[in-house]
Design a protein around this ligand. Structure first.
Ligand SMILES: NC(=O)c1ccc[n+]([C@@H]2O[C@H](COP(=O)([O-])OP(=O)(O)OC[C@H]3O[C@@H](n4cnc5c(N)ncnc54)[C@H](O)[C@@H]3O)[C@@H](O)[C@H]2O)c1
Length: 396
């Protein structure tokens, strides 16, 4: 199944690491560590192979992909020898990156994006293209009446004033071009009734929001533990320190608010109440892509006895995110091939703020994902790999 992966924010850290990762896997220069779809429980014939993924995308900056890859190597995010070894592959992806359309009317920008997607699919004879938003996090947009209704939205897009934030305009263009859409960011994306209507009209699946890669991943494991042991979480405070492009963008208060809201949601959903405390994100240029998150949890047990735990997470954000981007592209392509439309709630495992309302326990989300993928493999004509290595996949 030849599958296009169209990266919105194609020259960013996550996008560049995803491309390097896929090229390295294809060349046999890396192990699929961190790729959930390469686990024996999930591998199988319904998923496009990494070899079948073709990359392209949009960005608002023109920095060469090879230069971005070298910067990531200098920062210790990816091994330097891979950048040299994969120069040809990076050059081929460079050819498929387009400048983000600008212009006075949003309907024209959406048409330009949709045309780029269609030409990309035609050029590479792709069965489908998954549009993946890995662009900088946006502030939440002001409400607009046209967000609620597809007909009103189509009319409003022809007007002088912008109606949609960029992430939603890309979702609109993706659906118009017949492409599934995945939002790896906390931005609005497809989360507007008018776009939900468009996806339904076109019979397309979509997924999001905000990849769960670090502190929130740990939270989604620890919070169910407190809930299952009937311990009372009195406060949960987190401090995230990060640099890089994402950190610089999140220094902007409105983007920061969008991100911190998505980070706290797991607590309310898992515990059934919101303990005191907030998650704060601070930009520290020196830290680069290596995030440090420190969490302090105050809780009480039998007879009200007060206790506490702390954890510190040092993660390389792009190295954690990139394999999930590949997983999500493969899973969303398989879901589309199987005829799924609407929100892919079964992919909640991957997200901080999952569409479709699956609760926040990572264990439950894993079971749902495993059953979902098993169903896709059965529909594709063969059960999941039994762990003997007999199935399709990179590590075979
Ligand atoms: N790395 C992680 O662990 C992780 C986890 C969850 C979510 N995310 C999200 O992934 C996104 C990407 O993170 P990153 O570290 O790669 O950031 P980055 O700043 O390195 O890259 C973002 C890219 O988006 C581009 N961009 C901005 N506006 C655009 C637009 N309108 N159209 C096209 N491109 C545009 C920028 O030019 C840049 O190249 C962020 O929103 C981040 O919050 C990352």
């Amino acid at each position: 199944m030849r599958t296009g992966v169209w990266l919105v924010g194609a020259r960013g850290s996550v996008a560049t690491t995803s491309v390097i990762g896929a090229l390295a896997l294809r060349a046999g220069l890396a192990e699929p560590t961190g790729c959930v779809t390469e686990l024996p429980e999930l591998r199988g014939p319904a998923l496009p192979a990494v070899d079948d993924l073709v990359f392209g995308g949009h960005d608002i900056v023109g920095t060469a992909l090879t230069k971005r890859a070298e910067e990531l190597a200098d920062a210790g995010v990816v091994p330097a020898h891979l950048v040299a070894a994969l120069a040809d592959g990076l050059g081929a992806v460079e050819e498929e990156i387009r400048p983000a359309p600008t212009g006075d009317r949003q309907h024209r920008q959406a048409e330009a994006v949709a045309a780029d997607l269609t030409r990309f699919a035609d050029r590479h004879r792709l069965d489908r293209v998954v549009v993946m938003n890995v662009a900088a996090t946006e502030p939440a947009p002001p409400d607009h009446p046209a967000h609620a209704d597809l007909t009103a939205l189509r009319t409003a897009l022809t007007g002088d004033d912008p109606v949609l934030p960029p992430s939603s305009l890309y979702a609109y263009a993706a659906f118009t071009a017949g492409c599934p859409y995945v939002d790896f960011t906390p931005s609005t994306g497809a989360r507007l009734p008018a776009l939900v209507g468009l996806a339904a009209e076109r019979g397309l699946p979509y997924a999001g929001h905000d990849g769960k890669t670090g502190e929130t991943l740990v939270k989604s494991v620890l919070a169910p533990m407190f809930a299952m042991r009937h311990l009372r979480v009195r406060s949960w405070s987190g401090l995230n320190l990060l640099g890089g492009g994402d950190g610089a963008n999140l220094a902007e208060p409105a983007a920061n608010a969008a991100k911190t809201a998505s980070k706290q949601r797991v607590l309310g959903e898992t515990l059934g109440y919101l303990p005191q405390g907030h998650t704060r994100i601070e930009y520290v240029e020196e830290i680069g892509d290596f995030k440090t998150a420190w969490d302090l949890i105050n809780f009480s047990g039998f007879l009200g006895t007060r206790m506490r735990m702390e954890f510190t997470w040092h993660g390389c954000d792009s190295a954690l995110a990139a394999p999930l981007v590949l997983d999500l592209a493969r899973l969303t392509a398989a879901a589309h091939a199987a005829g799924r439309s609407g929100p892919l709630a079964e992919l909640a495992f991957f997200f901080k703020d999952p569409l479709g309302g699956t609760p926040g326990s990572l264990g439950e989300q894993w079971s749902v994902l495993r059953d979902f993928v098993a169903g896709l493999h059965v529909a594709a004509g063969s059960p999941t790999d039994d762990g003997t290595g007999a199935g399709d996949g990179l590590s075979d």
